[in-house]
Design a protein. Structure first.
Lengths: 341, 240
């Protein structure tokens, strides 16, 4: 089975198709040239009127157009085949990862329900069990919601709310909101640097990015939590760096960190529960902002830095940013019209 | 379950999920067991080294040391301790790896509470049975082989080595039922306490290993013979 898949590797198929196409093209030109000479000789001998030069050239051009169409068709098939293969692969991965994540809370809920069914449990214990079951029900709900959120983001069906903001203010606000959400001490988050430049943000989506990054920093810090946020504007870009003092990320995992469902599982690190979607979502959102996200870590227990890069409005990639703002306006108009009905 | 051996049993529970751990601890305590709960691999290893347990319930995906590593450590310290793996990983590969590493049973999450409790009781009962028979007849000799069932040490053809818990249990079961046919199902039910069809291959692997240890020619077994489509039979020339 594996051998067959190897043989039918899409790139190999593509190369073979290209070779077939090129030889077809060669044959066609060869056929035309050799036949042209014969036909010309025959035509000259019989009647010079029958075969004209123009008609022959037309045959060659039509033939070439057909061949180009063939190439285009092949190219389309190749692209869609590749996309389909990726979807299937992703789907298999998704099933394995996601069902695994669902099983743990489900096991807990089943255990407590069966306990209540099997034994006489004191009212006090009952209350505790119900509380624990609810906790895992929320966990299930969050898991399912994260999948739905991801879907909305990928299908680009999310509400468009891009606006121009003062970058420094925006980041400071979002960091403070996250710190409040996760009950962080004010002294544990230090914001520094200069963010006085203008960028285009979708506030709700940026909140998701910062929440995910700070949530990770908390989960992967074993000792005292500390987060340093540094901002910087240069000619073209605005940068934010979030540095924690957590367990760090080994170099070999850094590249794959933003892949969908990727999770680092190491025997000697704390087992953090998660879906493997947080950083994937962050990267997707940054892409929508025409920005970039990258990670640096010097190694084990040396902390991790995430760096976000945004284009400054009016300096770089203006066409794209203006498009975002235009789309937002259009979206808002549609929403207003929708409400008016 | 008023049996003496059940009442006194100490169980090491290795589970990092707070909510699941609490529920298991409650239920096992209600059954009359003493439960020690380790929330990660490091803790589990410490407990195993510091005290003796009658049974270990083990989750695979625990921090610091995974379940397979913990099983190895436990086997090294106490070759005879029964281990029950409780995992969300349901793949056949994981199950076989767990059983081969010396786990006695493998339950996948989500599980039925009563099934878990029955399996735990069954494993403890078998451990007691094993302890009794092993203490009565600790050393068994056949051909040029000698096995001490107290610590699973063997001398075969003057070569000295150690059996794993399961290898010893399979051999012990065959020896206890010598000259009668033992089916794969018997072995699964009595040594592993499962009746799942998937694991019959595991049995054949164990038999192959035992033959390699003890048979003069593993391809032509003298002691552990196959009975086609039924199972295995153990006999020695001294019996005849």
């Amino acid at each position: 089975m594996k051998k067959r898949i190897g043989f039918l590797h899409p790139i190999l198929v593509f190369i073979m198709a290209q070779l077939a196409w090129l030889s077809l093209l060669g044959l066609w030109i060869y056929w035309y040239v050799s036949n042209y000479i014969i036909l010309k000789q025959v035509g000259d001998n019989l009647s010079p009127q029958i075969i004209t030069k123009g008609a022959n050239l037309l045959a060659l051009i039509i033939g070439l157009i057909m061949l180009v169409l063939l190439l285009w068709g092949m190219y389309l098939i190749f692209i869609f085949l590749n996309r389909q293969i990726n979807v299937t692969r992703f789907y298999d991965n998704f099933i394995a990862n996601f069902t695994h994540e669902l099983k743990s809370p489900l096991a807990t809920i089943q255990l407590y329900l069966e306990t209540l069914n099997l034994r006489k449990v004191s009212a006090e214990k009952q209350e505790e069990f119900i509380r624990l079951m609810l906790k895992d029900t929320y966990r299930l709900k969050n898991l399912i919601n994260s999948i739905l959120d991801m879907n909305v983001l990928e299908q680009q069906k999310a509400a468009l709310r891009y606006q121009v903001y003062e970058a420094g203010d925006m980041v400071t606000d979002l960091i403070k909101e996250s710190a409040e959400k996760f009950n962080l001490l004010e002294s544990s988050v230090k914001i520094s640097g200069n963010g006085s430049c203008e960028c285009v943000f979708d506030r709700a989506n940026m909140k998701t990015v910062f929440d995910n990054l700070i949530d990770n920093a908390i989960k992967y810090t074993e000792g005292e939590f500390e987060l340093a946020v540094r901002m910087r504007c240069n000619e073209k870009f605005f940068y934010v760096e979030l540095t924690d003092r957590g367990i760090g990320i080994p170099a070999k995992y850094q590249k794959r960190l933003f892949n969908k469902f990727f999770r680092v599982y190491q025997a000697d690190s704390p087992n953090v529960k998660g879906t493997g979607l947080g950083l994937y979502m962050a990267r997707e959102i940054m892409k929508h902002h025409n920005g970039k996200i990258s990670v640096f870590s010097k190694g084990k227990n040396l902390g991790t830095t995430f760096r976000l890069q945004f284009p400054i409005f009016g300096r770089t990639g203006n066409r794209y940013l203006k498009q975002l703002l235009k789309k937002t306006q259009k979206y808002e108009k549609e929403q207003d019209a929708g409400h008016g009905e | 379950m008023g049996n003496d051996f059940v009442d006194k049993s100490r169980i090491l529970l290795v589970e990092d999920e707070e909510t699941l751990g609490l529920g298991l601890e409650f239920n096992l305590t209600e059954e009359g067991y003493e439960v020690i709960w380790a929330k990660n691999g490091k803790e589990a290893a410490q407990f195993i080294r510091s005290a003796e347990f009658d049974l270990i319930i083990l989750d695979i995906m625990v921090p610091y040391l995974d379940g397979f590593e913990i099983a190895k450590i436990a086997r090294r310290e106490y070759p005879r301790i029964p281990i029950l793996i409780l995992s969300a990983r349901a793949g056949v590969k994981d199950r076989i790896r767990g059983l081969e590493l010396g786990a006695d049973d493998y339950l996948t999450k989500p599980f039925h509470l009563q099934e878990l409790l029955l399996r735990v009781a069954g494993m403890l009962k078998r451990k007691a049975w094993y302890k009794d028979t092993a203490d009565q007849n600790p050393v068994f000799k056949f051909g040029r082989n000698e096995i001490d069932f107290r610590d699973f040490s063997c001398v075969a053809d003057r070569r000295q080595f150690q059996l794993t818990f399961h290898e010893a249990m399979v051999l012990k079961y065959l020896i206890d039922h010598r000259n009668t046919i033992v089916s794969r199902k018997d072995l699964l039910e009595n040594v592993w306490n499962t009746s799942s069809e998937i694991e019959t291959r595991t049995i054949d692997n164990f038999i192959m290993r035992l033959r390699k240890y003890f048979e003069p020619d593993p391809a032509q077994p003298v002691y552990i013979k196959s009975v086609r489509s039924v199972g295995y039979i153990f006999s020695t020339s001294e019996d005849e």
